[in-house]
Ligand binder design. Structure first.
Ligand code: DSN
Length: 448
């Protein structure tokens, strides 16, 4: 494996060459293939450094000022900094930065606000929701009684393409089922979700409102999307998607719920917090408060629109007709009735285009096979790509899928992908290729 002078892996190459080699391979993969998974991003060197720090050595069960172990003076400052930055960034009264993942954050909120068997109204997985929004495959459905809402049917009417959250259904189900909690938010819904209509429905039936902004958290922080903080009772978010931080999550709430939420996270659900990740969350919250992050969030949305338009031009049907956020959901059936999401994902992987298969609303195929693809622009926008690059990406996706049995065509696409990625290296400091700089700080290419 080539040694790169500036690679942070060099320091311990001789300590564990096997793992060092794998890290090197993954840097190469991320740098030479297109990262279009809607829930991924490229974090900054500062986020990486905090994640790989000595804070991983420390046990700190409890909260700042109330720990069960000694030696937490520095850790308390780290966690306080993360909490204060999260509160300032989102305008929240209270922040809990300990959840290890979005799934744990959601379960902690249910644990805080519900008794076993209580009714929750949330979006169904195949309609765009999340496993923890009550999927039968998730532990959440074993402890609480979930009723699911979905999106309106697809329509060919250009004035109203359909596949938007069905608020009549939300209101009807709320009236009929008397949920104690309504959950807003999604993982595969390309449209803006306002909190206010959910608040109105929740108030009409005396329910609490939780808004899961795992996906658009960075768009909200960057003011490209409106914030549900202050409208919803509780907001859960992940820190590693559009927010561009380390893998993890946080919960925001009003002061009156602070103690209940904190106790539900620890000791209710988790043990020792990952303070190295909490330090990296603090870094990410700090970066997201900078003016250039607002520019980044706007560029993510602009790129998603450009990619959506270009994919439509290539003949793909887009669920809901387009996008308002960072993600796009393709219904592959009109493009090619035989082509499943699974096969499309696999052949695109061979072309160097990384995305994920996804169910589409009322998908006739299973969640393992699917009829859809989900794409997002958060990562490649961080790398500096712009709208013209999105047009090229749409063409490369279309070429790959149309010529998926033609090895020469696939290898031409792979080469074009490599050339495109070479122009936008996410981690030049690790590969020695391209100009080293702060990832994501630059404006997009403005074109080609
Ligand atoms: N796995 C996440 C996503 O890709 O959206 C949701 O948990």
């Amino acid at each position: 494996m080539p040694r790169v002078a500036s690679s942070p892996f060099d320091a311990w190459l001789d300590l564990d060459p096997a793992v060092a080699a794998l890290l090197h391979e993954e840097v190469e993969r991320q740098s030479t293939t297109l990262q279009l998974i809607a829930s991924e991003n490229f974090t900054s060197p500062a986020v990486l450094a905090a994640t790989g720090s000595v804070l991983t050595n420390k046990y700190s069960e409890g909260y700042p000022g109330r720990r069960y172990y000694g030696g937490n003076r520095v850790i308390d400052e780290v966690e306080d900094l993360a909490r204060e930055r999260a509160k300032a960034l989102f305008g929240a009264e209270h922040a809990n930065v300990q959840p290890h993942a979005g799934a744990s954050a959601n379960v902690a909120v249910y644990n805080a606000l519900l008794e076993p068997g209580d009714t929750v109204l949330a979006m169904r997985l195949d309609q765009g929701g999340h496993l923890t929004h009550g999927s039968p495959a998730s532990i959440t459905s074993k402890f609480w009684r979930f009723v699911s809402y979905g999106v309106t049917p697809a329509s060919s009417d250009p004035e109203g393409p359909g596949e938007m959250i069905d608020f009549d259904q939300v209101a009807d189900f709320a009236k009929r089922e008397h949920p104690k909690l309504i959950v807003a938010g999604a993982t595969a819904y390309p449209r803006l979700i306002y909190a206010e209509p959910f608040r109105e429905i929740a108030d009409s039936v005396g329910a609490r409102l939780m808004f899961d902004v795992a996906h658009p958290a960075g768009l909200i922080a960057g003011k490209a999307h409106p914030s549900p903080v202050g409208v919803a009772d509780v907001v859960t978010l992940t820190t590693h998607k559009t927010l561009r931080g380390p893998r993890g999550a946080a919960i925001l709430c009003q002061a009156e719920l602070a103690k209940t939420i904190d106790s539900a996270v620890f000791p209710g659900l988790q043990g020792g917090p990952l303070e190295h990740v909490i330090a990296a969350k603090a870094v990410a919250f700090g970066e997201a408060a900078l003016p250039e992050f607002a520019d980044y969030a706007a560029r993510v949305v602009r790129n998603a629109r450009a990619l959506a338009d270009a994919l439509a031009t290539e003949g793909f049907r887009l669920v809901s007709g387009g996008t308002d956020n960072h993600l796009i959901l393709i219904d592959l059936r009109p493009f090619d009735e035989e082509l499943t999401g699974k096969e499309a994902q696999e052949v695109l992987d061979r072309s160097g285009i990384t995305l994920n298969r996804n169910t589409i609303p009322d998908d006739p195929r299973s969640a393992f096979v699917t009829s859809g693809l989900r794409l997002g622009t958060a990562a490649e926008t961080t790398a500096g790509m712009g709208p013209d690059d999105m047009v090229l990406i749409a063409r490369l996706i279309s070429t790959t899928l149309r010529h998926r049995h033609d090895e020469d065509a696939l290898s031409n696409v792979r080469e074009a992908v490599r050339e495109l990625c070479n122009r936008f290296p996410p981690y030049p400091q690790f590969t020695g290729r391209g100009e080293a700089g702060f990832v994501g700080a630059g404006a997009d290419s403005g074109g080609g």
